[in-house]
Design a protein around this ligand. Structure first.
Ligand code: PMP
Length: 396
């Protein structure tokens, strides 16, 4: 059978692949602890669930506008003003089935054959694959643990060519946990000011999960707002991954282009989710901040636990819920049966020996690291890291 050439251009997400392997082992009766997945292990806040139940009872059961209900787009504007001091109107907002679809919409709306897209490494797995789907060229700008996993203005300037169309990044960053400060974003904005043809996708899905500072958006810097597509959604901050709600804020031309694409792909996201999202975006953020407090406790504990592991070089995450240590110390080591030659071997070794799932760094453009989530309960985290320590001690 001849499937389309599109399928040859991109890979399936490693994050989902690892979760699937973990589930398969679990189905065989193995007690696998999942540190691979990126979703809060909390319940959706009660007032949001009640809004969804009300929406069902009020019969919000029909197709919605492609961009989303007007009250939802107004709610997104209220949120963007309240949290980010950004002024948008409903015509600038396109809601979708998740930040992932919003990213796809934005990339397909902006990137043409051969256009260069600068992505600082490490980056979320889906970025590079969506660029490849759009036939763009991924230009990786390497950042390091030593530089706090952040791109510098000089690095950005050096990566820009006449073919650069887009700069794509997340802050807080999945997988590194790096958070750009206002001054750091301003310094990048100064570079973009010299290159008026470059657009920016700013993925802010982890906005509320920030351990160090107030969230800052690159869209706040003058004319850059007009060239930036802000991506956000409910998955992480409101523990609503399964509800599927993402949104973009952009100029109207890009918004219309994304609406056209989405109109042929999914029409819109679920009507019930949209009604619940109005409540999520405009009311009490206390549950979100309580979740972040719990992530703060877990982060502190995980950082203590990894100190005990020989050879790990660990960046202290400033946001999101992952640690992303450099584990290259283990390359070339063996337990007598398995030799670790790269981060994929390392992840598989931990899955098979410690029954803990993680995600290899190659998937994020950083082959020396591995991502471990702390979106799991403290008892599970304790148990997982004890097992990891024991398994790694066997590698000589
Ligand atoms: N961006 C980043 C950086 C993510 O980590 C994720 C989810 N893992 C998404 C976007 C997609 O989120 P959603 O569930 O809203 O599609």
């Amino acid at each position: 059978m001849q499937l389309s050439s599109l399928l040859q251009r991109f890979n399936e997400p490693e994050t989902l692949k690892m979760a699937k392997l973990g589930r398969e082992l679990r189905a065989k009766g193995v007690d696998v602890i999942d540190l691979s997945l990126g979703e809060p292990d909390f319940d959706t806040p009660a007032h949001i669930k009640e809004a969804a139940i009300k929406a069902i009872n009020d019969n919000w059961s029909h197709y919605t506008p492609v961009a989303g209900f007007l009250d939802l787009r107004e709610a997104a504007c209220t949120k963007l003003k309240r949290d980010n001091n950004l002024d948008y109107k409903p015509e600038h907002i396109i809601t979708s089935t998740g930040a992932k679809q919003s990213l796809a919409n934005a990339i397909l709306a902006l990137v043409d054959d051969g256009d260069e897209v600068i992505i600082p490494t490490p980056y979320w797995v889906t970025y590079s694959e969506l660029v490849k789907i759009a036939r763009g060229k991924v230009v990786e700008a390497k950042t390091t643990l030593e530089s706090g996993f952040k791109i510098t203005p000089a690095q950005l300037e050096a990566a820009i060519t006449s073919k650069t169309k887009l700069f794509l990044f997340s802050s807080p960053c999945n997988p590194s946990g790096a958070v750009y400060s206002k001054a750091e974003l301003e310094a990048l904005a100064a570079v973009f000011a010299k290159h008026p043809n470059i657009y920016i996708i700013s993925d802010e899905i982890y906005e509320y999960i920030n351990f160090v500072s107030k969230h800052e958006s690159i869209a706040q810097f003058g004319e850059l707002k007009d060239r930036t597509v802000v991506i956000n959604g409910l998955s992480k901050g409101f523990a609503m991954t399964g509800w599927r709600l993402g949104y973009t804020a952009s100029n109207t031309e890009i918004a219309k282009a994304m609406e056209k694409i989405q109109g042929q792909m999914t029409s819109a996201t679920c009507s019930i989710t949209q009604k619940a999202a109005v409540v999520a975006l405009t009311t009490d953020l206390k549950p979100s901040f309580e979740m972040t407090e719990e992530f703060t406790r877990r982060r502190a504990r995980v950082l203590e636990l990894v100190k005990d592991i020989p050879g790990f070089k660990t960046f202290q995450p400033e946001g999101a819920f992952y640690i992303f240590p450099d584990i290259s110390y283990y390359f070339g080591k063996s337990d007598g049966t398995t030799t670790i030659t790269n981060s994929a071997d390392f992840s598989m070794y931990l899955l098979n020996t410690a029954n803990v799932s993680s995600v290899m760094g190659d998937a994020f453009g950083e082959p020396n690291c591995v991502r471990f989530s702390f979106a799991n309960s403290l008892p599970n985290i304790e148990k997982a890291w004890a097992r990891i320590k024991e398994a790694l001690a066997k590698l000589k």
